[in-house]
Structures are given as C-alpha cells and as structure tokens.
Design a protein around this ligand. Structure first.
Ligand code: ZN
Length: 330
C-alpha cells in the first residue's frame, strides 16, 4: 500500500510551519521541498526515513509553487537523489539560476513599489530587505521539468492529476487523487489562512495582463467543483469540507471589495475631483502599518482588489508619471 506522510517543517517566516508530503511508493515522491535551512533538511530526512525511505532514493519531486518555503531544499534534494523535479512553467520566473542571482530578485520589485505609490525612501529599504530574504532562502536550481496542468502521475495504488490553479502564484498547482478525493492544495486552499494573491511583476501570460486575484477567484471555482474528500494543504493539518472554505474565501473577498470601494469614496477618488488613490494608500487604510515583505503582501492585496473592480467596470486607473492612480467610475 502506498502511504502518504505529512512532514511539518518549522520556518523562519510569519507562517511558522510549512508542509511537504512524502509518498512511499515504488517511485518515491516528495510533494514540495521545505525551506532552505539545515533544520528543515534534517526534518525531511528523518521523516522520510521513518516512512521507510531515504532522500537519496527519491525519484520525483513535485512543487506546488515556487515560493521559498516550498522549494527551499529542492537543489539539495535533487543533487543527492537525482530525482526529477516538476513544476508549472508559469512559476519559472521565480527560480534563481545562479546563487548570485537571488539578490537581483529583490531589485526587480523597485518599479512595482514606485508604481504603487510607495515613498522613495521606503522603496529602497523594502527592496533591500526583500533582496536579503531572497539571498538567504532562495537557492539556485535549474533542470526542472515543466508542467502545464492535466498531467497524470501514476503510483502503485493510485494516480495523481495536476490541476493548474493560478492566483497565489501564476504557476500554483493542486495535485488530485480522483479516486479517493485527496487534494494536495499547496497554498491555493488553506483552512485558516487567506492565500495572498501575490502581485506579479512580470506577466507569465505574455501580452495578456496577468491578474492575480481574478485568476485566484477563478481557480477557487475549479477547486470548488472537484469531488474533494480531504485536503492536504501547504500549511496546517488536513481538513475536509473544502466547499465551505471556498465560500468563506468568496465572502472575504466580496467584503474586501466593498471596503476598497469605501476607501475610494472616502478619498473622493473620481474623475470629477481628479484625486486618485494609489494602491499604497489603499493598503495603508486596509492594514495600517506594513514593512518589508508585509508591505509587498499588503500592496498585492490592495492591487488585486482594485484590478478586479477595474475589470468589473467599477474602477479605472491612469498612470501619472511613475504612479498608478485609481478612480471610481462614474
Ligand atoms: Zn506560497
């Protein structure tokens, strides 16, 4: 019998723990690869051993998305095991190919912060702190095999299907066992945490603008329709009743849209007064004070909702010099 073991790993981040899953099969498989620390590596090694395997014996690593707490150990594990590493092609932009490249990931965000209306001094400080974070927790890796969605991975007793669920990141996937209803949800569906629709600084979709929150809400619909019995998430213990959770998330985002509209009204942000708001102003009203990566998450949240409202025709935006300003439609 193929067994699935949940491995819970401590992280140095706000989300204190992250899961990866070891599937003890004739093709030993790991879903996600923890955070890049020695402690995390030891946790994975001893859990895999407990389940009757070894790191060296791994043949497959499937990554639910390319965030540092889910891909941290992938280079180390692939080097030791020679396992095939799979991830969705839309997340390859987040991979670091050479060690020295990790700090540059932070630099890429400068333009995003300026357009969001973040004061210059704060931009520099934030870019520095994000670069530092990337340097510490992203490791260089290349050679991954790319997924598109709908691939099926056979195991001894079941198969797992890849379902592309963009939103939290463009290349986020869920991995589904259609027979027993087990869904490895990555960070696309968490029981206690609202997945942040992270803003994308480089569109993975080419000319078509990638909208994180819009994509995320569409992905929730896909997840909602699946016959899920049990969710094995990227953070926290397994849970069931995925439809109730999807409903809660829809309600949360609806309430937040209304909050954003109120903020725009409160600022008289319309074409008559001409005083638009930036996503930084909106995020400050939503979350008060934010720093470092939290600032990026807060801006992603504000921008995500502004973009959905834009696509519904309720809000329009205009770029004025470097900043993007949002207004209520008449
Ligand atoms: Zn994540």
């Amino acid at each position: 019998m193929t067994a699935v073991k949940r491995i819970e790993i401590r992280t140095p981040f706000a989300l204190k723990r992250v899961n990866c899953y070891y599937i003890n099969d004739s093709v030993p498989t790991l879903i996600d690869a923890g955070v890049n620390t020695d402690e995390s590596f030891e946790a994975v090694r001893s859990a895999v051993k407990e389940a009757g395997g070894t790191i060296e014996g791994l043949r497959r690593v499937i990554l639910t998305h390319a965030h540092s707490d889910h891909i941290g150990l992938v280079a180390r594990i692939a080097r030791l095991s020679g396992a095939d590493v799979y991830m969705h092609g839309w997340d390859t932009g987040r991979m670091v190919r050479r060690e020295e490249g990790s700090a540059n990931l932070g630099e890429r965000y400068r333009g995003f912060f300026l357009e969001a209306g973040v004061p210059k001094a704060m931009v520099e400080q934030t870019v520095r702190s994000m670069s530092e974070r990337f340097r510490r927790f992203y490791t260089a890796f290349s050679g991954e095999k790319l997924l598109e969605g709908e691939e099926v991975f056979p195991f001894d007793d079941f198969s797992l299907e890849i379902i592309h669920t963009p939103g939290h990141t463009p290349g986020s996937i869920c991995i589904f066992n259609r027979v027993d209803g087990t869904l490895f949800s990555g960070d696309s569906l968490l029981e206690k945490i609202t997945s942040n629709p992270m803003a994308e600084i480089r569109s993975p979709t080419g000319k078509v603008k990638y909208r994180s929150l819009g994509r995320y809400l569409a992905s929730l619909e896909v997840i909602d329709a699946l016959p899920v019995a049990r969710v094995l998430p990227g953070h926290g213990p397994p849970f069931s009743n995925h439809r109730r959770r999807v409903k809660e998330l829809y309600a949360h985002h609806r309430a937040r849209m209304e909050e954003v509209i109120k903020i725009l009204k409160g600022n008289n942000a319309n074409s008559v007064t001409g005083s638009g708001v930036t996503s930084f102003m909106v995020s400050k009203r939503l979350f008060h004070s934010l720093e470092g990566i939290e600032l990026f998450l807060g801006l992603s949240e504000a921008q995500g909702h502004l973009e959905v409202l834009h696509d519904q025709g309720l809000v329009f935006s205009r770029k004025e010099r470097v900043q993007r300003l949002y207004y209520l439609s008449e």
